[in-house]
Structure formats: structure tokens, C-alpha cells
Design a protein around this ligand. Structure first.
Ligand code: NAD
Ligand code: ZN
Length: 344
């Protein structure tokens, strides 16, 4: 049996290990992809740390990772529109195809989604096998590094583009990799003020580079004061929750204008009480976001990158896969944007 190198969650304890595993079999509707670059996601850190969520969710052993760019090595006999040599990334949510939403073309709302690198073998490996329908071809405008972060960039785009942004004032809570890229998208899409909060100055600095018009470290500065300084007399029109922090979410509700619209991406670690009268009396609209719209978000991003959206500053560290532990460490420290691992 032919084998490959892969980063495997092979034991139910903290850590991820570089091991030799079999190269996956390519089924009739699948594409086998040779991995070139991967990026580390917050999910991979949860799996590394072996927190409560991972213990419940991840069967061991499991090859982890879902953010990548690569080259098609082989396609199954039923596959059309994809050929060996194509540069690609892929949607990491594999949907069932038979539920109501899948059949209606709303695959991001599939009730039976399976996650690459979570419920089935992932891309932190020399080869990945996924259904060919999940593969997305990369244009020349998209470098391998950018190809490797299309998944989180897609989370940012799906959230940010949920509502009209032209001439609007946007508040983003959480300047993690996704929040900082959302700031870039909001500016690109024509928002007026793009205010972003965090408790981490390093990340706020990156958000400013990416296009946030005002960064706020909530440990030292009050949003109310910032709004006054900006000449804002009412409230934010659009809110993007990207921190998963309950206090940040409550502040976001507080600072929204009447009739404001909120998209919620951040995942709260526990049940999060809010003052629902804020939602009711202000007539707020709340939308939950999971993953990317298949495949509208992918096409939007590809087109935006081709027409001048620049998120390259979100990538702060690059390592060869042999140094993957350093990559995980810097990601765990919070002193990073996206961290790329090179498999070539
Ligand atoms: P991240 O954890 O790197 O970023 C969250 C940021 O929020 C951090 O920089 C942190 O310092 C900041 N933060 C903490 N407390 C804060 C506060 N009180 N006010 C403002 N900011 C605060 O995560 P990420 O990869 O950028 O993802 C953003 C969120 O989206 C996370 O909660 C993640 O779990 C979630 N997520 C959801 C989906 C989905 O499909 N719904 C997909 C990917 C990620
Ligand atoms: Zn489905």
C-alpha cells in the first residue's frame, strides 16, 4: 500500500503527530488532490488542545485540516469539468445531496454536513480526496497562499456580504483572522466607517492594515467615545459578530442603530444570555452564519480578489510542514494572523 505524510490526531490527548498513513482511494466521483499549501484554523487548535468539543466530535485517528491549495492528481471516471494539473482549493463541508435544502441548491443549509478534517480525513497531508463537486478551481490571480485561506476568507465574505454595506457604518467584534479579513471586505464593498474591536493589539494592528477605519481595544477604550469622535449620532447599521465572546456580543447589540442588521459567525463556548428587549424594541435583524454559501461565496471571493481586494496582510507566518509545531504554537499564542504550512 502506498503511504503519505500526514498530520494526524492519533491519540485522545493534547497534540497532533506527523505520521505515515495510506494515500486515500479516489472514488468514481472524487478528485485526488496533491496538497501544496495549507492554513491552520481555530478548529485545528481546538483539536490540537483536545478540548471538550473535540473530545465529543473527533474520532481518532483522524487526519486533520481543511484549508488548502493544491493540484489535481487524479479524477474518478464520472467526473466532468476537472482534470489532472488543475490548481484548486475545495469547500470543506460535504453535504448530503438529498435533504430539502440540498435539493433546493442551498447546500450551506444542509442538515447532514460532514466536515473535512473533522468527521472525515483532512488536508494536512500530501494528498486529499474529496467529491469533485466540492473542488474550486483557482484563477491565476489567486496565489497558493491565498488559495489556502479561501475557506476562512469565505466565512468572512459570507458574513460581511449578508447585508448591503454601501455607505453604511459597520461594527465588527473580534479581529481574529476572520474579523480582520471581514474588515477588508467591508471597505472593498463600500462601507463608510468600519470599526473593529478586540482585546489583542497585534490583531487590531493587522485589521488596520487590512482596511478597518478605526480599531478599538475594548480593554482600554469605550466604543461610545469612539462613535462620538467619528461623529456618529445614532448607531451602527451593520454588525458582524466574529469573536464568540458574550461581552462583545452584548456590546454589539447595545451599539446598533434601530433597524440594524447583525450577522453572527462567532461560536460561543456556552449558552449566552442577552437582553432580548434590545432586539425587539430596536427591530434588529439577526442572521446566523455557518460556513460559506455553496458556491456563491466562492465565486464572489474569486472575483473580488481579481478586482483588487487585498487580504495578503492577513497571512503573517509561513512554515514548512516539518516545523508544524512552531506553526501551531504561534497560532495558539494569538500573536498571528493566518499561518501557512508548506507541503511542497
Ligand atoms: P479567533 O478566535 O482567532 O478570533 C476571535 C477574536 O476575538 C480573537 O482575536 C480574540 O482576541 C477576540 N476577542 C476576545 N474577546 C473579545 C472581546 N471582548 N471583544 C472583542 N474581541 C474579542 O477566531 P477566528 O478564526 O477569527 O473566527 C472568528 C469566530 O468565528 C470564532 O468564534 C470561530 O469559532 C467562529 N467561526 C465560525 C464559523 C462558522 O461557520 N460559523 C467558521 C469559522 C469560525
Ligand atoms: Zn443535505
Amino acid at each position: 500500500m502506498k503511504t503519505m505524510k500526514a498530520l494526524v490526531k492519533s491519540r485522545p490527548e493534547p497534540g497532533i503527530w506527523l505520521e505515515e498513513v495510506p494515500i486515500p482511494e479516489c472514488g468514481p466521483n472524487d478528485a485526488l488532490i496533491r496538497i501544496v499549501k495549507t492554513a491552520i484554523c481555530g478548529t485545528d487548535i481546538h483539536i490540537f488542545n483536545w478540548d471538550k468539543w473535540s473530545q465529543k466530535t473527533i474520532p481518532v485517528p483522524m487526519v486533520v485540516g481543511h484549508e488548502f491549495a493544491g493540484v489535481v492528481e487524479k479524477v474518478g471516471p464520472e467526473v466532468r469539468g476537472l482534470a489532472p494539473g488543475d490548481r484548486v482549493s475545495a469547500e470543506g463541508h460535504i453535504t448530503c445531496g438529498h435533504c430539502r435544502n440540498c435539493r433546493a441548491g442551498k447546500r450551506h443549509l444542509c442538515r447532514n454536513t460532514v466536515g473535512v478534517g473533522v468527521n472525515r480525513p483532512g488536508c494536512f497531508a500530501e494528498y486529499l480526496c474529496v467529491p469533485a463537486g466540492n473542488v474550486f478551481k483557482l484563477s491565476e490571480a489567486i496565489t497558493d497562499d491565498l488559495g489556502a485561506i479561501l475557506d476562512p476568507l469565505g466565512n468572512a465574505a459570507h458574513t460581511a456580504l449578508s447585508f448591503d454595506l454601501v455607505g453604511e457604518d459597520v461594527l465588527i467584534t473580534g479581529a481574529g483572522p476572520i474579523g480582520m479579513m471581514a474588515a477588508a471586505i467591508c471597505r472593498f464593498a463600500g462601507a463608510r466607517h468600519v470599526v473593529i474591536t478586540d482585546v489583542n493589539d497585534y490583531r487590531l494592528g493587522l485589521a488596520a492594515k487590512l482596511g478597518a477605519t478605526r480599531t478599538v481595544n475594548v480593554t482600554g477604550e469605550r466604543l461610545e467615545t469612539v462613535m462620538e469622535e467619528l461623529g456618529m449620532t445614532e448607531g451602527f447599521d451593520v454588525g458582524l459578530e466574529m469573536s464568540g465572546n458574550p461581552a462583545a456580543f452584548r456590546e454589539l447589540l447595545e451599539r446598533m442603530n434601530y433597524g440594524g442588521k447583525l450577522a453572527l459567525l462567532g461560536i460561543f463556548a456556552e449558552e449566552t444570555p442577552i437582553d432580548w428587549t434590545k432586539v425587539v424594541f430596536k427591530g434588529l435583524l439577526l442572521k446566523g452564519i455557518y460556513g460559506r454559501e455553496m458556491f456563491e461565496t466562492w465565486y464572489k471571493i474569486a472575483a473580488m480578489l481579481q478586482s483588487g481586494l487585498d487580504v495578503s496582510a492577513a497571512i503573517t507566518h509561513r512554515f514548512h510542514v516539518a516545523e508544524y509545531l512552531d506553526g501551531f504554537e504561534v497560532m495558539r499564542s494569538g500573536q498571528s494572523g493566518k499561518v501557512i504550512l508548506d507541503w511542497s
